[in-house]
Ligand binder design. Structure first.
Ligand code: BGC
Length: 471
């Protein structure tokens, strides 16, 4: 090689590195490292049973409302189902190894109620217990801490047939399930979360009818809200009594709500949406009751209350899981009872994800600050992430938008932490592209790409970004 060839080569590889977006950003941000979050900070990914496991009718698993809903033509885009999903049921071992290779030390997943209790209550499915034992043991062998969510939306169909969340009997069914889970796995699992985003599953599944079980009606919604709220606290109590040294939380969908215009009518609309989306489940758990004063139709919840319920709605959680995806701009509108509407973000003006959600890193900072005004002991960011239009090219997925997203959101998390908010962990949504509920498989949220035909996993650039960041 002569001198000029040598310099050409050096120049070529330098040019490669300079053109590499991660490299450019790393150079621009040499100071942004995981060490800034502290030694004990938890770094993980979140998944949920129905979205990844598949094996919907394998080894004795019973039907869930999502099995029924997705196999019923017309509910899900492209007629997708979670019957196979990411086949995590059979591939968990390789997936956990991959997670470990990306330097994550925490894994949040949910248990499929109907895999453990096929009829929702009564007979236990030993093969379901075996499966989660294997997942938990694998995590521990790999040095990954398991974080278990009891309920991430996949109610057993047998219970739905008896009224599901609208029936007060769910308190007994849920307690039986929580007892089983804590007694089976509590010797090894220390981090527990009771519900995943109760606002989302009650509004989408019981009011708007676009998620399973597809109900539309105010009474069903209010009944589901009260019973889920009761189970949220009862689940906490059961974990506390069965799991020594448990770290107990529950997760909320937390979205910044702002008035579209600085007018009193817009401000009032924003307040009403804020009650529905952010305050409905946390306030009763803190002993503040339902936020009826700011949204009078919630007075109708009284119909489902029994003497002593107010007290039972409370539980002293060790942490709350804050899950953030978007901001809502509110204006007065025609949605019954709330009389407010969301202003659709304009793609021409702001960056949007594939879900049509605005990318607004400062939104997570503001919503953390809002929730930190409650007397909560600890906040874990238990979900945050984005779907973008990922393309595989020559064996790589250059999802620089997602990489940028995580970096910018994490900086805002750090900003809140540095201002004194006790934030102890961050979980990206999600590990591998999965079944995105009513949207089917199209929106890809993973830091690992999944080819749903072959079930081949391919780490995206954002996954490599995390690997390097967490090194
Ligand atoms: C849910 C996830 C969902 C994600 C993205 C969260 O509300 O917990 O199950 O996939 O949002 O939509």
């Amino acid at each position: 090689m002569n001198r000029s060839e040598f310099f050409k080569m050096i120049g070529g590889s330098l040019a490669f590195w300079y053109m590499n977006p991660s490299f450019v950003r790393a150079m621009a941000n040499p100071e942004f490292t995981k060490a800034l979050f502290g030694e004990d900070f938890h770094w993980g990914v979140t998944t949920s049973a129905y979205q990844i496991e598949g094996a919907w009718n394998v080894d004795g698993k019973g039907e869930s409302i999502w099995d029924r809903f997705s196999n019923h033509e017309g509910h899900i885009k492209d007629k997708a189902t979670g019957n196979i999903a990411c086949d995590f049921y059979h591939r968990y071992h390789d997936d956990l190894k991959l997670l470990k290779n990306l330097n994550f030390k925490d894994f949040r997943f949910s248990l499929a109620w109907s895999r453990l209790l096929p009829e929702g209550s009564g007979k236990v499915n030993p093969k379901g217990i075996d499966f989660y034992n294997r997942v938990i043991d694998d995590c521990l062998a790999l040095g990954i801490e398991p974080w278990v969510t009891l309920f991430h939306w996949d109610l057993p169909q047998a219970l739905e047939d008896k009224g599901g969340w609208t029936s007060r009997d769910i308190l007994g069914w849920f307690s039986e399930y929580a007892e089983l889970c804590t007694r089976s796995f509590g010797d090894r699992v220390k981090h527990w979360m009771v519900l995943n985003e109760p606002t989302a599953f009650t509004t989408l599944g019981y009011l708007a009818g676009i998620h399973a079980p597809g109900h539309r009606g105010l009474n069903k919604f209010l009944a589901a809200v009260h019973h889920a709220s009761m189970c949220q606290a009862e689940g906490g109590r059961i974990i506390r009594s069965n799991v020594p040294e448990a770290h107990i939380g529950t997760s909320f969908s937390c979205s910044l709500i702002e008035p579209h215009k600085a007018k009193p009518s817009h401000q009032k609309a924003a307040k009403r949406i804020d009650v529905m989306m952010n305050r409905l489940f946390i306030e009763p758990s803190l002993g503040m009751g339902y936020p009826v004063a700011d949204l009078p139709f919630l007075k109708k919840l009284d119909k489902f209350m029994q003497p002593g319920d107010m007290e039972k709605l409370k539980f002293d959680f060790d942490f709350i899981g804050l899950q953030n995806y978007f901001r809502v701009e509110a204006k007065p509108g025609i949605i019954p009872f709330i009389w407010a509407n969301r202003v659709k973000p304009d793609r021409g003006k702001v960056e949007l994800t594939e879900m049509g959600w605005e990318v607004l890193p400062e939104g997570i900072y503001k919503i953390i600050k809002q929730f930190s005004r409650y007397p909560v002991k600890e906040i874990v960011i238990s979900e945050n992430g984005a779907a973008f239009n990922d393309v595989v090219a020559e064996g790589r997925v250059h999802d620089s938008q997602r990489e940028h997203y995580f970096e910018q959101y994490l900086k805002q998390v750090l900003r809140a932490k540095n201002e004194g908010v006790n934030i102890t962990g961050y979980f990206a949504w999600t590990f591998v592209d999965n079944f995105e509920w009513a949207e089917g498989f199209y929106p890809r949220f993973g830091i690992v790409y999944n080819d749903f035909e072959s079930q081949q996993r391919l780490v995206k650039d954002s996954g490599f970004w995390f690997r390097d960041f967490l090194k």
